[in-house]
Design a protein around this ligand. Structure first.
Ligand code: ZN
Length: 270
């Protein structure tokens, strides 16, 4: 829990701050019908039934925002295409419209209901020097500690090193990662749901690049700015499970390519 002292939509200072897991709307915003927001995209992940989960940072409040449909939850792939070929990538800025802030009380405090009638508008892409500033400002160095507060399900983790990455074919194509955060906590076998990482590893496997894992670990650890985005699942079998929802470095770990680029080469989603 933390002090909620600013409006979660417009960032105005509240007259009466309260202690709460979830953000608070000011009086004006709570009467309002629609919220137009620009999001700095930091997550594009695989969900069930070919759906995707997109999330990002609201640069007005510096809080995470996860757009969800009022019915049916997560977004379709078409929703995150810019034109017909390019999909949204990390650190694109996209304008979306929301009908309400709809947080869960535990961990998933970032949900906003999206207005489906408003087509997301591509605004631009952040420059590297600004990405570094955003990462420094938003990152946590101790993931275990950050999770204890239960007021967030999305984290950008400052990472000391990745120790292993591997893939599995069990029910579906999976990628797992071991890593150590800046505070020395070890995390093992964390599954990746980041669409781009999944597609890239699948592409390496297809191309029989047997050393892809060592190459990726070396490339990641060799970067001065290295972060892993972690999301918590909804409550499932009595736990909120960790998932890797992005490998972030500056310059870009994936050289500016999107999941759609790899999926096109692979002939479609896994
Ligand atoms: Zn407000």
């Amino acid at each position: 829990m933390q002090w909620q002292s600013n409006c979660v939509a417009c960032n105005t200072k509240l007259d009466n701050p309260i202690i709460s897991n979830v953000g608070i709307l000011c009086r004006e915003c709570s009467r309002q019908g629609l919220f137009r927001k620009r999001l700095i995209i930091t997550g594009i992940t695989r969900m069930k039934d070919d759906r995707v989960c997109v999330s990002g940072i609201d640069p007005e409040t510096w809080r995470f925002v996860r757009p969800v449909y009022p019915i049916g939850g997560y977004l379709t792939r078409d929703f995150i295409m810019i034109g017909t070929r390019r999909s949204v990538i990390h650190f694109d800025v996209v304008e979306m419209e929301f009908t309400n802030y709809k947080p869960d009380q535990i961990h998933h405090t970032e949900d906003w209901l999206i207005n489906e009638r408003f087509t997301p508008k591509y605004i631009g892409h952040y420059k590297e020097e600004n990405i570094i500033k955003i990462l420094r400002y938003m990152a946590v160095s101790n993931l275990e500690e950050a999770i204890v507060a239960q007021d967030s399900s999305l984290f950008i983790v400052d990472v000391k090193r990745m120790t292993r990455i591997w893939h599995e074919h069990y029910e579906k194509f999976k990628v797992r990662i071991n890593f150590e955060d800046k505070s020395g906590n070890l995390f093992e076998g964390i599954p990746a749901t980041d669409l781009l990482l999944l597609a890239k590893v699948r592409w390496c496997v297809e191309k029989k690049r047997i050393n892809y894992a060592q190459e990726m670990v070396r490339k990641f650890n060799g970067n001065q700015h290295k972060y892993i985005r972690i999301s918590l699942t909804r409550l499932f079998r009595c736990q909120y499970w960790k998932q890797v929802t992005g490998l972030i470095t500056v310059p870009d770990f994936f050289d500016g390519e999107s999941f759609a680029d790899y999926e096109r080469r692979l002939g479609g989603p896994a």
